[in-house]
Ligand binder design. Structure first.
Ligand SMILES: C[S@@+](CC[C@H](N)C(=O)[O-])C[C@H]1O[C@@H](n2cnc3c(N)ncnc32)[C@H](O)[C@@H]1O
Length: 214
C-alpha cells in the first residue's frame, strides 16, 4: 500500500513549506552551491543573452538571481504549477515574464536555457530533443541534476512520502549519451559532492560557422 500524506501532489503549491525547507542546512548549502556555480558559468559569457528561458521556476527563487544577473535580457520563466507562478509573480521582476506552461509545449529560440533540478523529473530523450529545438544557434543550456548520495537517497524517500512520486536517479553517462544523440554537445560541471549535484552544459552540435539557421 502506498502511503501518501494529504499534501500529496500539491507539494509544489505549498510555497511556505518550500521556503522553510531551504532554510534547513544542508539544503540551503546545496542551493548556494548551485547559484555559485551558475554565476561562475555566467561569468564566462562573451555576450549578453537576449532571450533566456527558465524551466520549472517554482516560486521564482532563482529567477530573482537570473533577473539581477542579466538585467538587459528578456527572461521567460515557466512552471506547470499555477500556484508557483502566482507566487513567483509577486516578486515583481521587471525583465521577467512568468507563465504557467509545460516545457514540452514551449516554442521560440533562446540564447540561454536554465533549469535547476527539474530535469530529474523529465524523460531525458524528450527533454534533450526539446532543449535542442529551443536553443538558438549560439545558445547554451545550464541544466542541473542531483545524484545518488546518502543524503539525497533520504531526501527522495521523504519526497516519495510527501509528493507521492518516485524519482529515479539518472545515470550521468546515460544522460551524456542521450544528449549527444539529441544533437547536443554536453559538458559536465561538478557542483556539490554531498548532493551529488552536477550541471550539464549543453550546446548545439551544429553551432558551427557553416550552419545557416539562427
Ligand atoms: C524540484 S522543483 C524545482 C523548482 C526550482 N527550479 C528550484 O530549484 O527551486 C521542480 C519544478 O518543476 C516544475 N515542473 C515539472 N515538470 C515541468 C514541466 N514539464 N514544465 C514546466 N515545469 C515543470 C514543477 O512544477 C516544480 O515547480
Amino acid at each position: 500500500m502506498r502511503f501518501k500524506l494529504p499534501l500529496g501532489d500539491r507539494y509544489y503549491d505549498y510555497h511556505i513549506l518550500r521556503e522553510i525547507a531551504f532554510l534547513v542546512y544542508p539544503l540551503s548549502y546545496w542551493r548556494h552551491s548551485l547559484i555559485r556555480e551558475f554565476l561562475k558559468f555566467a561569468s564566462t559569457f562573451k555576450y549578453v543573452p537576449d532571450n533566456i528561458l527558465e524551466v520549472g521556476c517554482g516560486n521564482g527563487f532563482f529567477t530573482k538571481i537570473l533577473s539581477y544577473r542579466f538585467p538587459q535580457s528578456l527572461i521567460t520563466s515557466i512552471d506547470t504549477s499555477p500556484k508557483s507562478i502566482a507566487h513567483a509573480q509577486k516578486r515583481r521582476l521587471t525583465n521577467v515574464t512568468f507563465k504557467k506552461q509545460n516545457f514540452f509545449d514551449m516554442t521560440g529560440k533562446y540564447d540561454l536555457i536554465v533549469s535547476l533540478h527539474v530535469f530529474i523529473l523529465l524523460d531525458p530523450d524528450n527533454a534533450f530533443l526539446k532543449v535542442r529545438n529551443l536553443l538558438a544557434k549560439r545558445g547554451v543550456a545550464f541544466i542541473t541534476y542531483s545524484g545518488k548520495t546518502v543524503f539525497t537517497e533520504l531526501h527522495r524517500r521523504f519526497y516519495k512520502v510527501v509528493v507521492g512520486d518516485e524519482i529515479e536517479f539518472k545515470n550521468r553517462q546515460k544522460l551524456i549519451d542521450k544528449a549527444k544523440e539529441s544533437g547536443l554537445l554536453p559538458e559536465v560541471i561538478e557542483i556539490n559532492s554531498g548532493e551529488g549535484s552536477f550541471a550539464l552544459i549543453l550546446k548545439r552540435l551544429d553551432n558551427g560557422q557553416n550552419s545557416k539557421e539562427v
